[in-house]
Design a protein around this ligand. Sequence first.
Ligand SMILES: Nc1ncnc2c1ncn2[C@@H]1O[C@H](COP(=O)(O)OP(=O)(O)OP(=O)(O)O)[C@@H](O)[C@H]1O
Ligand SMILES: [Mg+2]
Length: 247
Amino acid sequence: MMDRSSRAETLITDGVCVYFEGVKAVDDISLSVQRARIHGLIGPNGAGKSTLFNAVSGFVPLTAGRVTLGDTDISGWSPTRISQHGVVRTFQDTRIFKALTVLENVELGAMDAGLHGNAGRAASMEVLELLRIGHLADEIAGNVALGDGRRVGIARAVATQPDFLMMDEPAAGLDEKETSELADSIREIRDERQCGVLLVEHDMSVIFKICEEIHVMDSGRTIAVGDPDEIRTNAAVIEAYFGSGHS
Ligand SMILES: Nc1ncnc2c1ncn2[C@@H]1O[C@H](COP(=O)(O)OP(=O)(O)OP(=O)(O)O)[C@@H](O)[C@H]1O
Ligand SMILES: [Mg+2]
């Protein structure tokens, strides 16, 4: 494990651009996530949210700009190195090991935090309890329901003891009740672990319920930044979601 005795307080993108051939997927995005805060990243389909996510977590190269974690410039680092330094993401398709038990999946995360054997198991059980799926510890991960599987993926990320936890559409495919409960769980993770959260989510009920700061993108660019009350009533945001492009 890396020495992370001093926890970074900020995760910042500074003028980040990601251009694909013919598409400015992310175009000059500067955003700042504080530790222990929940920061939403929203925008219509194709706005560039996932691409920004991939850029921050090292899965696509930056065309321009930089990403800093505390005082450290992490631009261009590999995904593994970035996660070892405390910036950990989940994937929309969950990516759990279906043949392992729920607990074993989370123990893999704990190992990344240097916790093996009994210590790893105890830490993993704590995370499962935090995510309210402790009763599923010994189930085969491939057999649990979609909503629980989503929680297993999040639990594994939390078990790595991130300073910043990035989630791309954690509520996708969940019903209303599961979605609401997941929002509560994300807030509980933040409260207990004091990690910063960067949350991409289409379900506005989740965003408005738990985010303290919201960054809105459209066509690769920032169109608004503010707290939920500011974003709810922002003219540019309303236009992006309900404006002329939509029939
Ligand atoms: N690997 C790639 N090569 C070329 N273009 C890409 C690539 N990945 C994304 N894009 C384009 O970049 C733009 C932004 O896509 P992105 O997936 O980041 O949007 P998004 O905001 O996550 O959308 P959604 O809400 O649908 O998930 C889109 O025009 C998309 O087609
Ligand atoms: Mg996306």
